[in-house]
Design a protein around this ligand. Structure first.
Ligand code: NAI
Length: 212
């Protein structure tokens, strides 16, 4: 496939295509038109065609898209055709909830370890994996070639822990601490703020009420 720069907006929409196509595939649907995709995804058919054209366009006039093929190709673009070894730093409420959510494994994100700096938690098993001390973290990342670290620790701790991870060669940080982490080139970070989505919801509720 031809390599070209794809906008972040398009990349941001790909997981949604992937999710819907996965559902169609699981239902046994073999092909789908951009209009049908548009109806289920509530995105215009022309937006779908434009987005998918970025990758060479997978559709055929009069046929639509082959669901299995498109699902696989978008998976490859998203880097989901490989496995990632992942650790969680911070075994509190959020860290444990994420560790217990099995679906990430289905997508190839393998939960390998969980670390905390609270001795009370050391040895506690979360989905069969013991919480380890932060003192073991760096060596563990190096020895096990960990790709991704999930940060579920307080904001005040995030920068220092991220620095340690980067020194050990971590490739990506999925950051839930309320701080937009800055990382050197070559390390990828995804800052997640669930409250952003909640604020969007509150905006839409107030806008709807004001229009009435
Ligand atoms: P929690 O207090 O239950 O868990 C935090 C854990 O981090 C504790 O077990 C604590 O011992 C550990 N910890 C603290 N400093 C550490 C360090 N330097 N190294 C290793 N472990 C350390 O808190 P909860 O509810 O799990 O939330 C975790 C963080 O995520 C909080 O900062 C919270 O604000 C944030 N959060 C972010 C969300 C988002 O959408 N981005 C949503 C919910 C929480």
């Amino acid at each position: 496939m031809e390599e070209k720069e794809i906008s972040q907006a398009v990349i941001g929409r790909l997981p949604r295509y992937f999710r819907y196509l996965g559902e169609l595939r699981d239902e046994g649907t073999e092909r789908v038109s951009s209009q049908e995709l548009s109806d289920i995804m509530q995105v215009t058919a022309s937006q779908i065609r434009q987005d998918l054209n970025n990758f060479g366009g997978f559709g055929q006039q009069g046929y639509g898209y082959n669901v299995e093929f498109l699902y696989e190709e978008i998976g490859k673009i998203l880097g989901l055709d490989r496995k990632y070894d992942l650790i969680i730093i911070g075994a509190g409420n959020l860290g444990q909830a994420l560790a217990n959510y099995m679906n990430f494994e289905r997508r190839g994100f393998l939960f390998r370890g969980i670390f905390d700096n609270n001795p009370v938690l050391y040895g506690k098993k979360i989905r069969g994996i013991e919480v380890q001390s932060m003192e073991c973290m760096e060596q563990y990342v190096l020895d096990n070639h960990i790709d991704i670290a999930v940060l579920t620790i307080p904001k005040s701790e995030a920068a220092e822990v991220a620095e340690k991870l980067i020194r050990c060669g971590i490739k990506g940080i999925w950051n839930f601490a309320h701080l937009d982490l800055k990382v050197p080139e070559g390390v990828q970070v995804e800052n997640v703020h669930l409250s952003d989505s909640l604020m969007k919801l509150s905006y839409n509720i107030s806008r709807f009420q004001n229009e009435k």
